[in-house]
Each structure stands twice: as C-alpha cells, then as structure tokens.
Design a protein around this ligand. Structure first.
Ligand SMILES: [Zn+2]
Length: 142
C-alpha cells in the first residue's frame, strides 16, 4: 500500500504538471477502485442494502481513508456522503479548492452501485478549505 504522504505527493506533482486535468484522473481512479472493493465485500461477506453500506463505512475507516457517513438516498436522485478525517485533506494542507478527488470518485462509485445509474460527485466542503469535514453531493448524470 502507498503511504498517505506518497499519495498526496503524487497528487500535487500531477496538479503541477497537468493542472485541472489531475483532478479528473484521481476522480476516475477512485471511481474504479471503489467498484473493486464493493464487489469484494459483497462476494466475500454476502452483504447487501444497508448492511453493505455500514460495512463499507467501517472498511474505509479501518483502512484509514476516513470516516464515511453515507446518507439516505434522496428522492431526486441525490445522495450526500460526509467524510470525516479524509486522508487526503489531512495530508494536503491548506487549499482554496477541495482536494479529495480520489474520494470524490469513491462517492460517485458508491452512488452508482446503489442507484444502478450513472452518477457524478461534487465536493461541497473540504477540510483543506477550512471546513470541519469533507462533504460530497452525488447526483445522477442528466
Ligand atoms: Zn476534502
């Protein structure tokens, strides 16, 4: 496993070289990575629905990604996911813009898994910007 420090160093290098494009790469990588872990938990532990959600939350906290709170799905096809102690924001330092692109991809992937539809995620709050926790709005792609 990559250390948090190394991960964030790679992200900052990518941002220096690629600018805004770096965010897209980390977002897409997160979206793919989460599908792998969700599938593994489903198959190994035979969980679904709310049990799967709680298990994912525990799993990500345990691996040190942060404490996820996956909110109830809203009627309009929106989902709010709160992440406390994001490993990216923790290491990144201060920023004018949200920095947890990899976890944003995770949130979109989680939304897609539970809705069965294509979803996108936006980071509304980020610890790197001075917020108390990171918060993601996951929405159906129109
Ligand atoms: Zn963040």
């Amino acid at each position: 496993m990559l250390s948090t420090k190394t991960f964030v160093r790679i992200q900052k290098e990518a941002e220096n070289i690629l600018g805004d494009g770096a965010a897209v790469i980390f977002y897409e990588a997160g979206k793919k990575a989460v599908q792998v872990s969700v599938k593994r938990i489903e198959e190994e532990w035979k969980l679904e629905g709310i049990e799967l959600v709680r298990c994912l939350e525990e799993f990500y906290a345990e691996v040190g990604f942060g404490r996820f709170t996956i909110g109830e799905a809203k009627a309009e096809g929106e989902l709010v996911i709160k992440v406390e102690n994001s490993f990216i924001a923790r290491e990144y330092g201060k920023s004018d813009v949200p920095v947890c692109h990899f976890l944003r991809g995770y949130c979109a992937g989680i939304g897609e898994r539970f809705s069965g539809r294509e979803m996108d995620a936006e980071e509304l709050k980020c610890v790197a910007c001075g917020d108390e926790h990171c918060e993601f709005l996951v929405k159906t792609v129109e």
